[in-house]
Design a protein around this ligand. Structure first.
Ligand SMILES: Cc1ncc(COP(=O)(O)O)c(C=O)c1O
Length: 415
């Protein structure tokens, strides 16, 4: 396997940071090509979380004693790190949730039911992960007068901007909710342009950055996003914590979603008044250790540098585009100009589950199925699903070569 230094950064050194990459699967070295589902964790994240539990753990925002104050400081420091990572103006614009799905559901419930008006529409796209689709269908089906529209996806797998303009034209859209990077096609959407078009139509925009925040430097202020969500476990951090960025004035206008401890200002038996954002949206004990892990993950990628990570990934994408189409019978879904390291493909005569099982025997982990994006698979006529290879910052060109070689062997085997 090729683990030599690339011109961008020292892959051999980076890979040593991830203990799991040294493990074997079925006696073969692990080739982990499923980072789009969940990325592996560097030692810095694992150790920061362990250290926090061993030396500085207590519940946050509650106890007036040393450990609780230390834990609270760590939790709030993670918020500041996230604010900087996203280029947000204020730490109070960062709400911690349990994942991206919870963050989008929060907006659907709170902004959708509490701020949007009957007669308005949510505009999402055919390209979405179910996390950015089902909550909007649920909002539509709540019978409170909110409708739902979908922007078409072109044959190349890009957002059809003419269709976006057409669907914004009547001024009835209140919220546009679109992915910043597709978890199937790898397409990176033109977020700043989408935000501009949305704002000109008088609407607000939410970006699902679950994939994009891992692969690109994101600046919510430069994009002018109203809401932006991502999930730590894809960013080399732990499961159990996600992020909702919301512009301060929008969060301030939104009613709470979940009620309980920590989100109140005062409670009597008659009534409750609520804390300001972000506490208003963080009911109950928050993901304390996970916030420490997220902070460590942000520090880890920031130290490598998001531009370097992006450049490495561009090199991997170019390599994959040179190698994968050479495999006979392989069809890559989509082909966007601007794309990240996610490739979904079908292989003539071989079911995705059979292919992934074959690859697993060779230590290669890929995902088979519809990747929580069933409408997109229908759109591209691959209802039966696809196989998906997705890259992380530790992925090597040699791993892509191995994938291509083993897919070729699989085709022969199943023929
Ligand atoms: C584009 C996209 N959106 C949302 C999600 C949901 O993330 P989570 O399961 O962490 O909420 C995913 C995860 O696969 C994703 O790829």
């Amino acid at each position: 396997m090729d683990t030599i230094a690339t011109p961008i950064f020292d892959l051999t050194r980076i890979r040593r940071d991830f203990p799991i990459l040294a493990t074997k699967v079925h006696g073969k070295p692990l080739t982990f090509l499923d980072s789009g589902a969940s990325a592996q964790k560097p030692r810095a994240v694992i150790e920061a979380m362990t250290r926090s539990m061993e030396t500085a753990y207590a519940n946050v925002h509650r106890g007036a004693y040393h450990l609780s104050e230390t834990a609270t400081e760590s939790y709030e420091a993670a918020r500041v790190a996230t604010q900087r990572f996203l280029g947000a103006a204020e730490a109070e614009e960062i709400v911690f949730t349990s994942n991206s799905t919870a963050a989008i559901n929060l907006v659907a419930h709170s902004y959708g039911r509490g701020v949007m008006q009957p007669g308005q529409f949510v505009l999402t796209s055919e390209m979405e992960h179910h996390a950015n689709l089902v909550p909007w269908q649920m909002l539509r089906d709540a019978n409170i007068g909110i409708g739902l529209r979908y922007v078409r996806v072109t044959e190349r797998g890009e957002i059809d901007l003419n269709d976006l303009a057409a669907k914004l034209a009547d001024g009835k859209v209140g919220l546009v909710a679109i992915t910043h990077m597709s978890n199937v096609l790898g397409t990176v959407t033109p977020a700043a342009q989408i935000a501009r078009m949305t704002h000109e139509a008088g609407a607000k925009v939410l970006f699902d950055g679950s994939q994009a925040a891992v692969h690109r430097h994101v600046d919510v202020t430069a994009i002018d996003a109203d809401f932006y969500v991502f999930t730590a476990h894809k960013l080399y951090g732990p499961t159990g914590i996600g992020v909702l960025y919301g512009k301060r004035k929008l969060l301030d206008a939104m009613p709470p979603f979940l009620g309980g401890g920590d989100m109140i200002e005062s409670v009597t038996l008659e009534r409750t008044t609520y804390a300001a954002a972000p506490a208003r949206f963080e009911a109950g004990t928050p993901p304390i250790i996970e916030a420490v892990g997220l902070h460590a993950a942000i520090d880890y990628v920031t130290n490598i540098g998001m531009p370097a990570i992006e450049a490495h990934e561009r090199a991997l994408v170019d390599h994959a585009m040179a190698v994968l189409p050479q495999v006979e019978g392989l069809r890559i879904i989509g082909g966007a100009q601007d794309r990240g390291g996610v490739f979904a493909f079908s292989l003539d005569g071989v079911h995705p589950h059979d292919l992934s099982t074959f690859l697993d025997r060779h230590g290669i982990a890929v995902r088979a199925g519809r990747h929580c994006a069933e409408p997109l698979h229908t759109r591209f006529g691959v209802e039966g699903g696809t196989t998906r290879a997705s890259f992380g910052l530790y992925t090597t060109p040699g791993e892509i070569d191995l994938l291509a070689q083993k897919i070729t062997e699989a085709r022969r085997f199943f023929a």
